[in-house]
Structure formats: structure tokens, C-alpha cells
Write a protein of this length. Structure first.
Lengths: 346, 346
DNA sequence: TTGTAAGCGTTATCAG
DNA sequence: CTGATAACGCTTACAA
């Protein structure tokens, strides 16, 4: 049942040209006569011919394979990323090979390098938090492999990065909180080893300070971006007197933890306490009350990253540098936030 | 900076043998002298040599690439599947290429075929609901491509399938409901075009009937597996008089919708109403109250599927048929279910 | 604008 | 058990 598919030789023979010419047509070379091109293309269509990627790769030392390196237990956006990448690359003849890994693994860099070399990948896209590892970026650079990192800070050259401006987004959340009249605000941060965490915290503080509001030390607690640590941090925060009037969590998972604890303690949200998260993951809109949060244009980021990568792969560094490198997350207001409950003045 | 990696020729030269012999060693051929083998392996290690997959593929018409075809799984599920597949296949030298697609696309079958042919994939794993499409399975069979489908019914030969026994799981949920004393039970089904939906519904009915309980017609409503349709169905169900004492939804998303509506209507869960879902996705444990649900061993299914596939690829159909093909989901009891509120007798 | 010849790094064939 | 030698299907020189 497996029928051998036609090769470049078949096309050449039927079109009455040399395989070299067929090759030119396939690769869009300009130096092919119009009539010749048309004839060849007709045969290609008739035969439903498509070039053998392996042979092509072997001859040209390219694989037409892109890699995706990630480690994200909360990879709710994994599907989004994969679709975004493929929307761009599949029309250009590339496929996507995935490589889930462990951020904390000691052999991470070597693992990734092996992954790349085994499959002779033409380039890789790296998702946070792995994308923040300088050791990996350096190794990739030294290996001469095109790569693009998705992060929340510009920690690399423009052709190597697509950043989501988490800082600005967090500042916007601060503004939103301030305008609702909140003054006594708490923050559950993510692990400080992640740039995304520090960016969000800084942005939030900055945004607040524009309104003369300061985060008190005891109102900042570091979580681990998990639901469970969200619960722990919320227990701490909600046992303080007086209660803060609002809590901003570094991500939706932890914000959901806050909701849980508030519910257990009989604290009404948003009447007594406003809560917001970050990511707009599956959870955010399903939880009760639905979470006010920040949405990152994940798909778009993936598309930009892929566009950049392919430009670099195809030797267009300059164009790659000109593709937009920064993307703006947006505030999504739902049910978990409201006017500050208690007037501060007395 | 890119250093050309060593080839089989380098190994052959340094080991003082022909490349054919090196090839034999690489492929674990038995007909190689022990001393020769040791010598070659030593050189391979020294050079950190690894064979070029493309050349290998070209010569042997294999790609060492596995494909994953899916449409719209719950996010966490996707990561689980990908890791499960790779845990098995990466140690055997295979990589995973992903292909998100659209179940409803008219060109789905052709898309998948093109995907496979372009990259000369050695085999594909297909996730539900795409895995339920007979047209695709048939095309794969005709194309002579090894494939394995993840489904909830045995709709194919053992070497081509890994099934999660959703029917039995739903029956277990029924038993659990019955034992809690529920008699007036409602069911929000998934789209009846999906086997997973019909299996779950049948299983639930069957389980119930063992306790002499019947689902009333007006207590069965079909949703679309989305949160939004969950809400619609819940509105319908919860406007009926009397209220059912329990609702089982075809998945967690819809169960979350029920929670939402119940909350809006002031119906206490689980005191007045028990609610359960299916999947144990991220949502289930985070929602308030946490959902009683069914967990499928997704990772294990992916591993089994991969094991089968590689056996088929490597011509071991018999072994492939002997790998376990059925997997049992388990009941996870959380906070959303309780004893039936009202005694039926009067 | 087109064609010829020589690989790319493996495995398969067929000897020895 | 081992080794020449020819594929595999394509691209890259280099000519014409």
C-alpha cells in the first residue's frame, strides 16, 4: 500500500529538464525561464510532488525543523504557542519538534544542545522560564544556532527576543487598583529568580508610586507561582490586621489560592477584598468570582518569534531585528475587583 | 563557532575498520566481533559521535520522527501527553513533531497525510476527538503508516489503540452518587458525535440502573463540553422543579459552569446539590468547592501508545498487540459532592 | 538560463 | 565476521 512518492528525478524527466532546474524552481530561484518554470510547476502539481526533507537537509545541511524548548508545569498556553508557531512556519515548510525539559536540571543546557544536534534543528524557540537562563542562551550562541527567547525583559539582542511588557502591565494593574480607591494593597510575588516575577513586582510598585502609594514590607510575600503557595501566602496576608483592601498576585494560580482562603475565612470578594491575578489562564474566567487579570498575547508572541527565527535562519538578520520585539499584555477586568470597601479617612 | 560534528567515516578511520562495520555497531547488529565492537564503541564515545539522523533516514527510509495529531485538548493534558510520549521515545532515538489541527476541517485527512509525508514520519499518535475519525484511521492504514489512537472505545485493532475506560469510570461515578443516596440525578452530556460522550453517558446510566435509578429524559441535556454551554445547561436544569439532587457533567469545564449558575442562584453545593465533572483538569481542584471528578492516567496512556507505536515501527506487531491497551480512570472525591440532601420518602 | 558532476552521511547489497 | 561499492534524493559548485 505504501507507494513510493515521486522524486525530483521524476519531475525532471517528465518536464524534460535537468533535476538542477527542478531544484531551482522548488527553491524559487529567479534565474529560471518563465516557460520552463510553468512547465515544471505543472508537472510538480500533477505528480503531487513534494521534496524529500531529509535529502534536502542532508545536501544543504538544514533540517527544516524548528524546536520548542519549554518547562512549564502551568503551560496552559502551550497549545497556543504551538499553534502560533505552526501558523507561521508550516507555510514555509518547517515543522515543529517539541522538547519539554526541567528548568532546574543540572544537565539542562547539555540536554538542549543534544536535542538540537540530534535533529540538526534549524533553530529553537525557548519559553520562559527556561528562556531566562543565560547559560543556555550562551550555549546556543556559541553553537551558532538561531534561537529566539520569549521573556519579559530585553535581555538579548533584538533578533533573539520577543518580550511581553509585564512591567507595564503590572503598572496598569496598579493604576487600576489606585483608581478604585485602594491604598492598602498587598502583593504576592513569584520566585525572585525569575525575571517575570521581578518585572511584575517592579512594575506594580512603580505604578502605585505614581499615586503616592507604597507597598508595606509585610504586605509583600513571595510565593512559588503554585496554587498551594498562593494559599499559604493568602493565609499569612489575611491574618494580618487590618486586612489589606486588595491583593495582586503574580499569577492566576496564586490568585485562585487567595480566593480559596478568603472563602474559607468568610471574606467577601470583591466587597471586602479585591483580588487580581496575571496570565488569564483557563482558571481566571472560570473561578468564582471570575478573576481580574492580565492577558498576554501568547499566540502573537509565538508568531513573532517564529517570524524572527526564520528570518535569521534564512540569513536576514536585519529584517529579523526589525520585526516587533515587544508586545503589550492587557488588563482584563472581571468580577474579583471593586471599589475599595472602606474609606481611609475617618 | 559551528564545529562540524564527526561522522561515521571519522569513527571508521580511527577504529581502523570500514564504515559498514561502524554502522553495524551503531545498529546493534549481532554479527560483529566482540573486540571490534569494543574498539568501535570506544572511539564513538571519545568522539562523542552520534549518527546523522537525516542521512540515516535517507538511506533507510525512516525518519526517527513521531507525529502527534490533536485538536483542542485541555491545556495541561497536552503537556502531559507530550512528556509521556517523549519519556518513551527519546531514549530510543525518536523525536516528536506536533500537528495541531481542526477536527471539523474538511481537509483534515489530507492535511494529516501531507504532514506525515512531508516529514516522512515513522508513525503518528492521534488524540481524541480526532482519533475517533474513521476516515483518518482508514487513510493512515491505507498509507501504511503506523499509528496509535487514544480513545475511549476499542474501535480498532489492539496494536492501533489505547483506550481509557470512560464507561467504567462513569459507572463508578454513578455508584458513588447512588451510595450517597441520590436518586433524582441529572446529566449534562457532551456532543453525541464523540464516542467519549456516549461512553460516559452509557456508563453512567448503566451504573445507575444497577441501583434501580433511571435518568429522566428532561434531566439529560447535551452541552458542547465548554464552560459556556455548561452554564446554559445548568440554567435549564436548575430551573426545573423539583431540583435534581445531583448533576454529573461530561467534563470539568461544564461542571464549573454548573457551579457558577448554582452560585448565582444561591444553591448551596454540596448541601443542596452535588456536582461532579470528568477529566480532573487544572480547574477541578482550584474551583470552589473543589470538584469531585474522574482522572484519566493521561501520561501513562501516552507512554503505552508510544511503546506500541515503536514496536509496530520496528516490525514487532505481535508484541505491540500484547502491550496493555486499556487503562482505568479513577474517581477523585473532593468537596462538590455529599449525601443527598432531602430524603425521598415522606 | 540551463546542465553536469560531485558530494551530504548513512544503510543495503553482495562479495569475500 | 568484515568490507567495497552503490544507492537514498537533493543541493552546491562549476561549467556551458
Amino acid at each position: 500500500m505504501i507507494q513510493k512518492s515521486s522524486t525530483i528525478n521524476d519531475v525532471a524527466r517528465l518536464a524534460g529538464v535537468s533535476k538542477r532546474t527542478v531544484s531551482r524552481v522548488i527553491n524559487g530561484s529567479l534565474s529560471v525561464g518563465d516557460s520552463t518554470r510553468v512547465r515544471v510547476e505543472k508537472i510538480i502539481a500533477e505528480l503531487n510532488y513534494s521534496p524529500n526533507t531529509q535529502a534536502r537537509g542532508l545536501a544543504s545541511s538544514r533540517s527544516y525543523l524548528l524546536g520548542l524548548i519549554y518547562d512549564n508545569p502551568d503551560a496552559l498556553y502551550l497549545d497556543d504557542v504551538q499553534r502560533g508557531v505552526l501558523e507561521i512556519c508550516s507555510t514555509l515548510g518547517y515543522e515543529l519538534v517539541v522538547h519539554p525539559c526541567r528548568y532546574r536540571s543540572e544537565t539542562l543546557v547539555q540536554d538542549c544542545l543534544n536535542f538540537i544536534n540530534r535533529s540538526k534543528l534549524d533553530g529553537v524557540i525557548v519559553l520562559p522560564p527556561v528562556s531566562e537562563l543565560e547559560s543556555l542562551a550562551l550555549a546556543l550562541k556559541n553553537a551558532g544556532r538561531p534561537y529566539v527567547r520569549l521573556t519579559s525583559v530585553s535581555i538579548d539582542e533584538p533578533q533573539h527576543i520577543v518580550v511581553s511588557d509585564d512591567r507595564a502591565a503590572a503598572a496598569e494593574m496598579a493604576r487600576y487598583f489606585a483608581q478604585l480607591g485602594h491604598q492598602d494593597i498587598a502583593f504576592i510575588s513569584g520566585p525572585q529568580r525569575y525575571k517575570s516575577s521581578t518585572e511584575r513586582m517592579e512594575g506594580f510598585k512603580l505604578g502605585l508610586s505614581a499615586y503616592g502609594i507604597t507597598l508595606q514590607t509585610e504586605r509583600i510575600i513571595e510565593g512559588n507561582n503554585t496554587y498551594e503557595t498562593g494559599i499559604e501566602c493568602a493565609r499569612n496576608l489575611l491574618s494580618q490586621t487590618p486586612l489589606p483592601t486588595a491583593i495582586f498576585a503574580n499569577n492566576d494560580q496564586m490568585a485562585a489560592g487567595v480566593l480559596k482562603v478568603a472563602h474559607q475565612m468568610g471574606i467577601a470578594i470583591p466587597d471586602q477584598l479585591s483580588v487580581a491575578g496575571f496570565d488569564d489562564n483557563l482558571l481566571a474566567s472560570r473561578v468564582i468570582p471570575a478573576l481580574t487579570t492580565i492577558r498576554r498575547p501568547v499566540r502573537q508572541m509565538a508568531q513573532l518569534a517564529t517570524t524572527k527565527m526564520i528570518m535569521v535562519i534564512e540569513q536576514n538578520d536585519k529584517s529579523a531585528q526589525q520585526v516587533a520585539a515587544k508586545v503589550a499584555p492587557t488588563l482584563v477586568v472581571r468580577e474579583s475587583t471593586a471599589q475599595a470597601a472602606v474609606a481611609v479617612s475617618s
